[in-house]
Ligand binder design. Structure first.
Ligand code: PLP
Length: 399
């Protein structure tokens, strides 16, 4: 494969949307990726927290290949066995009572917003339409979800925007309580803000928000598109907080790399949609659902989840050791979702570039942060090797 040719093609024909690294991968195996020059990389990005079982994981490859032989797509005009099996698997293992499948995180959130609004319409109080979101949140790129996103850069150029979204500072319970006017029907939060720098909701904050929502009869929507599917060392991140959201959304890791989104709801809100209220041509297609069933099998193994927790702790410990460098401003996260924030003197993009040269892929996030979201199968040796390399780069950084 000719890298320069691929790059030229893309520059000419693709919309200039992404500031891509100068690299193109041809294949992967386990937690490693290989580029067009045959160079090997240990992957701490996992396609942005998507490839939770790494590359070429046999049960996932087998599930996709054998489903592709049978049926890839059938539409929602007909019943579909992988879809109904996945729905059962997700619901029976959770506090939720119904699920709807789509194709991405944004779509899963879009569905959550529509579900919340329909809940109040059905109850006869349609003016409870407002969704309270957090500053610096990220919920997707559709018009409603980029408006829900608490970062103007994602929505301002696309005005006029949908109405009924407000934003309050994250981890500030008093501000949220003040903003909970009578027209607010739902609070929508990420338990860990991923895109804006791996910022965890404090325990007290989320527990207080949950209690307030319950007391006021306001729905709590948790966007677990990035934190779900075992990423934080629990199946759902909200389990760390002992709370029960009304609606939760999943996507990234759910089918190990095949596009899928899921919106799960419990209680009365789960019964809010009627025939025709929402829909999706591709959503819940047999291929994506067969892949998600293979992932779910692994995620349902308590030993596997326990290992995510211990590997995550090791990653945290290794990153904490780097706090001896004064320009390491903070280390945050849960499980295998970690962020290392740098002071303004050191640019995260430069560190990421140098790590790539050394064969380690790390992602960026807001607040000049390095984001570590490896496959959940990442080994202790790979974690140690990555941290050692990062330490060498830091040791050679003169500030
Ligand atoms: C990635 C992400 C989204 C958007 O998912 P897409 O699949 O890109 O639409 C939404 N919310 C959170 C928390 C995310 O991390």
């Amino acid at each position: 494969m000719d890298f320069e040719k691929i790059k030229k093609q893309e520059n000419k024909y693709y919309m200039p949307m992404f500031n891509r690294a100068n690299i193109c991968f041809t294949h992967g195996k386990g937690n490693r990726l290989y580029d067009t020059a045959g160079k090997e990389y240990v992957d701490f990005t996992a396609g942005i927290a998507v490839n939770c079982l790494g590359y070429g994981y046999p049960p996932l490859v087998e599930a996709v290949a054998s489903q592709a032989q049978k049926l890839i797509h059938i539409s929602n005009l007909y019943y579909n066995e992988p879809q109904s099996q996945l729905a059962e698997a997700l619901i029976e293992s959770s506090i939720f009572s119904r699920v709807f499948f789509s194709n991405s995180g944004a779509e899963a959130n879009e569905c959550a917003i529509k579900l919340a609004r329909k809940y109040y319409v059905k109850k006869g109080i349609p003016n409870k339409h407002r969704i309270l979101c957090a500053v610096d949140s990220f919920h997707g790129r559709t018009l409603a979800t980029c408006t829900a996103t608490g970062q103007d850069k994602y929505s301002a150029p696309f005005a006029p925007l949908p109405e009924g979204f407000s934003h309050v500072p994250y981890n500030d319970f008093a501000a949220l309580k003040d903003a909970l006017t009578d027209d607010v029907g739902a609070v929508m939060l990420e338990p860990i803000q991923g895109e804006s720098g791996v910022v965890c909701a404090s325990y007290d904050y989320l527990v207080n928000v949950y209690a307030l929502c319950k007391q006021k009869g306001v729905l709590l929507i948790l966007d677990e598109v990035q934190t779900g599917v075992g990423r934080t060392g629990k199946r759902y991140c909200f389990e760390h907080y002992g709370i029960q959201p009304d609606i939760v959304t999943l996507a990234k890791g759910l089918a190990g790399g095949v596009p899928i989104g899921a919106t799960l709801a419990r209680g009365e809100v789960a019964e809010s949609f009627a025939y025709g209220d929402h829909g999706s041509t591709f959503g819940g297609n047999p291929l994506a659902c067969a892949a998600a069933l293979a992932v779910n099998e692994k995620i349902s193994d308590p030993d596997f989840i326990a290992r995510v927790e211990s590997a995550g702790q090791r990653l945290q410990d290794r990153l904490m050791e780097l706090r001896k460098y004064k320009f390491v401003a903070d280390v945050r996260g849960k499980g295998l979702m970690r962020g290392l924030q740098l002071s303004d003197k050191v640019k995260n993009a430069e560190v990421i570039g140098r790590m790539r040269e050394k064969g380690f892929l790390v992602a960026s996030a807001g607040r000049n942060t390095l984001r570590f979201v490896p496959p959940l199968t990442i080994t202790e040796e790979e974690i140690d090797a990555m941290a050692k390399q990062l330490g060498e780069i830091f040791a050679n950084t003169n500030v």
